[in-house]
Design a binder for this molecule. Structure first.
Ligand SMILES: [Zn+2]
Length: 296
């Protein structure tokens, strides 16, 4: 069936919800980055949240970026997403290993203490940036805190990745529920109780729960309507042309020094792992092209 996000709103307009199943996307990210189990769970939670938050933006060219800078062994984590369910990202040390904590994969230990920042490039002069501290370093709670403090939107965020014994994700997904300013205490109370009854997203998905089923649990006792269903995929928009442009932007002197080193240049996209190679001839052509352009 593939991965998807459902956007829905309560019939009374007081709350909206985003529900995602992202198992294939998380496994694709894990495969491309050769991730350890703790990296898969941490990145899986972050990328699932990124996918849902991406769909909160309106225009096709809008880009959402979430960065987590903690002092834990996984290093910096990053995720970018667009409104159409395209997600990519990376973690500093994808092979990070940590012992289980209380029988569970120790995401908080991998992240450590630090800061979460969200950048939204909405095509305006200045991108929106919101910074918050990590409150539990489990990612879901940290984003709940981010929404409350940076966006002044009371929200509940649940994220989960259930691991197989063979280091792949058996199931991944999550939800974000947000209260509108006009929400009554009654609506808020119903949703809070429903969200609290969802003790583990990863267990539910592992047991076969669907995104539609999660949505029913969230809105239990309230009428709601589905606004949109969006496919989710791990997707990188890197290309040889983009890498060439990045090399050209170094300027002729820098390219000349690469040529003088006498070795072909090999670079890897940090998001998807795609390898790009440039021979000395390629570099020479770039160098001459730049010289000519600058001479005109
Ligand atoms: Zn790429």
């Amino acid at each position: 069936m593939g991965d998807y996000i459902i956007k829905a709103i309560s019939e009374n307009g007081q709350a909206r919800a985003y529900v995602a199943v992202t198992t294939d996307m998380v496994n694709e990210a894990a495969r491309r980055h050769n991730m350890s189990p703790v990296a898969i769970v941490a990145a899986g939670r972050l990328f699932t949240a990124g996918a849902m938050m991406g769909t909160m933006m309106k225009n096709d060219r809008d880009i959402l970026t979430i960065r987590i800078k903690g002092n834990g062994p996984i290093g910096q984590m990053m995720c970018t997403a667009d409104p159409n369910g395209h997600v990519k990202g990376f973690v500093g040390d994808p092979q990070v290993m940590l012992p289980l904590k209380d029988g569970r994969i120790d995401v908080a230990g991998a992240l450590g203490i630090g800061v979460l920042s969200v950048t939204k490039d909405l095509g305006l002069k200045e991108p929106y940036i919101g910074d918050t501290i990590l409150v539990t370093s489990e990612i879901g709670d940290d984003l709940t805190y981010y929404f409350a403090t940076s966006e002044q939107t009371p929200s509940a965020v649940g994220l989960g990745v259930y691991m197989n014994k063979d280091n792949t994700a058996d199931a991944a997904g999550g939800f974000i529920v947000q209260m509108m300013p006009e929400a009554t205490d009654e609506t808020t109370g119903i949703l809070e109780a429903n969200v609290q009854s969802i003790t583990s997203v990863s267990d539910l998905l592992h047991e076969g729960e669907t995104a539609d089923g999660l949505l029913k649990r969230i809105f239990n006792g309230l009428e709601y309507k589905v606004l949109e269903t969006i496919d989710v995929s791990y997707s990188c928009d890197c290309s040889r042309t983009k890498v060439i442009n990045a090399l050209l932007s170094l300027g002729p002197d820098e390219i000349k020094s690469l040529i003088d080193e006498g070795k072909p240049v090999e670079t890897r996209c940090q998001f998807c792992g795609e390898k790009y190679e440039f021979s000395l001839d390629d570099l020479d052509r770039m160098y001459k092209g730049l010289k000519e352009k600058n001479g005109q």
